[in-house]
Write a protein that binds this ligand. Sequence first.
Ligand code: ACO
Length: 437
Amino acid sequence: MLEKFIKDEKAELILEGKKYELPIIEGVEGEKAIDIRSLRKDSGYITLDSGYMNTGSCASEITFLDGEEGILNYRGYSIEDLAEKCSFVEVAYLLVHGSLPTEDQRQEFSRMLSDNALIHEDMIHFFDSFPVNSPPMAILSSMVSSLCSFYPEMTENPFENIDKMAARLLSKVRTIAAFSYKKSKGQPLVYPRHDLSYCANFLNMMFDSPVKPYEIQPEVVAALNKLLILHGDHEQNCSTSTVRLVGSARVNLYASISAGISALWGPLHGGANQAVMDMLENIYHYDNGDFMKYVDRAKDPNDSFRLAGFGHRVYKTFDPRMRIIKKACNEVLEALNVQDPLLDIAKSLEEVALNDEYFLKRNLYPNVDFYSGIIYRAIGIPNNMFTVMFALGRLPGWIAHWKEMWDDPNWRIGRPRQIYIGPPCRPFVEIEDRVAE
Ligand code: ACO
């Protein structure tokens, strides 16, 4: 698929007086790349790029992201349109299949989600084996990996069964997430219902109880729907690259996604949504609302503290998802008649940072995680479940990338190189002659 994007002109590189010509590739939105795949073979040189600041790991048809202009499109559709006009199920279908579903396709996909919503009853015993305060991301990643043992039949010919596997994962991860919450509360599990939409079903499994039936509010369903859509995919971020890298060893989808969940857990990645809320709560409860203390700490070169929910590797302007979430946050809080002092603190922090030389110089803007936690909190989801919510939203993106990687004719096992800087080759020392180094 890459061949048709190769340009006629070539880049020239001179090493030790010898000229090498390297192909130039240009994507559909004008992003340019130098193809260095044959460089080591031809010259003996590798390229060094810690943190992959400047490395394209693949060509992809799924998501376009322009960090300078603040543009995000899934399969060519703007995030603004999708968040406004679609359900999460439609967007999941779009990401995995490449086109928006027709009404018949949507119904069939919803039916598959409904059919796959239960988890094997034996898996429910797993929840009892985790200590009460286990991090929900640890539970989620273990449970997803174990799906492979309970549903092994599709791992043989994954590409043929990808539709079923996608529906199974999307549906079962939702159930696992809700069950882990119920277990952590010591409450009876609430099983999925066939008559509820994807988001309403999740909320019902989370919050319904025999002693207090949950009233499904359309504003809450709409807010959750939007949040999941906005987290649906974000091209080659840390967790998605992890899914692709693990999957590149031809490992099954469940194991690859479980690895992605572990990557997402980190506070520099998906864990930031929980970190934002912890930070706002600390400001409110322990620092008397003194947010400037946190701004000053973030700017202090001798303090490793960072403002959670600020900055992004790719966006050098506003994250377009943040704008949508901020608006949704105002709307849902108003609809639910919630006055949250943490929202005021978040807005004040944003305003100060956006006018501060330190943040301006480094292009540090609020990211997708900055306001999402305030919505989750308003709809009753506890802080330690925020990153699980992110995983639920990101699932279709991970599946789409795994599928694309699996079917890519240019597929190779992911295996970066390195520059060795350890001790040079030295003679072996017998144990009796060794001294501590
Ligand atoms: N607060 C204060 N300073 C910051 C912040 C922040 N949140 N983020 C970056 N900086 C500063 C760095 O200290 C550095 O300053 P320096 O040039 O004086 O050394 C400069 O900005 C560049 O930072 P890098 O770490 O080089 O940027 P990188 O692209 O590697 O990191 C990241 C991006 C990890 C998102 C970073 O901005 C961060 O840690 N943010 C807070 C955590 C967060 O919100 N993560 C969620 C990201 S969105 C997502 O994953 C879904």
